[in-house]
Write a protein that binds this ligand. Structure first.
Ligand SMILES: [Zn+2]
Length: 233
């Protein structure tokens, strides 16, 4: 198993394939992608991977306004794990049982964490948040939060002065309690908004990247829970 992009790549809608990625792709038998339009480079990638079978992890998941960030919802990441396991079982039938068993074990862990998060977040006094980029609609839907604005309207580019002023206005008008940075992106705009509006500053990880460990998603989500509890009180 090879991760095509580096752990620090950030969200893949901003990603440009490197020459080394093209070499990696040529040797791929199976390419697992999020799909739903997240990987804008995908057509080019597939031309470089003529023999790779593609598993679309988001297949069959209804999208909110075409937003591809489905994995930020634990319920939907369970669907994705099931899609990936089914795809692996189809293309590598000799190990189908192993893929299904491991998927079942992992999804049970995600489900337990999701249920813990739901219980912990259901009585928060505040539910309005502002996030750095458009990564959290499915997360917000899952846990009954409301994303009232996003700081970066164009992914990967800092807001201009007018957009920043508008967001500060929104925070003040709606008395939004918290603004969240993301570990993969610069925090400056969010810091300015928090300072000018009096909102608290927190961090939410959309888990677009991070350590290549089996429990990385679970750890990042547990940290998100702790941040929400710290900031939305
Ligand atoms: Zn994104």
């Amino acid at each position: 198993m090879v991760n095509l992009t580096r752990p620090a790549a950030g969200c893949l809608h901003d990603y440009q394939l490197t020459p080394a990625d093209l070499v990696t792709l040529q040797s791929a038998d199976i390419l697992v992608v999020n799909g739903a339009g997240l990987e804008a480079f995908l057509d080019k990638a597939l031309r470089q991977a003529p023999r790779a079978r593609v598993i679309q992890a988001s297949a069959g998941i209804p999208l909110l306004n075409g937003n591809p960030h489905v994995w930020v919802s634990p319920t939907l990441v369970i669907r994705q794990v099931e899609n990936i396991a089914a795809g692996l079982a189809r293309y590598d039938p000799a190990r189908a049982g192993l893929y299904r068993a491991q998927a079942a074990r992992y999804t049970a862990q995600v489900q337990a964490l999701r249920d813990r998060m739901r219980r912990a977040l259901q009585n928060l006094p505040a539910r309005d948040i502002i996030t750095l980029h458009e990564a959290f609609p499915y997360f917000a839907q899952e846990f009954g939060l409301r994303v009232v604005a996003v700081i970066e309207r164009e992914p990967g580019s800092a807001p201009d002065a007018r957009a920043l002023a508008e967001t500060i206005d929104t925070v003040k008008r709606l008395q939004v309690p918290a603004v969240f940075v993301e570990p993969q992106y610069p925090a400056r705009a969010a810091e300015t908004i928090a300072r000018e509006s009096g909102a608290r500053l927190g961090a939410l990880d959309p888990v677009v990247s991070g350590p290549l460990t089996a429990d990385a998603y679970l750890r990042a989500m547990a940290k998100n829970l702790a941040e929400l509890q710290r900031v939305l009180k």
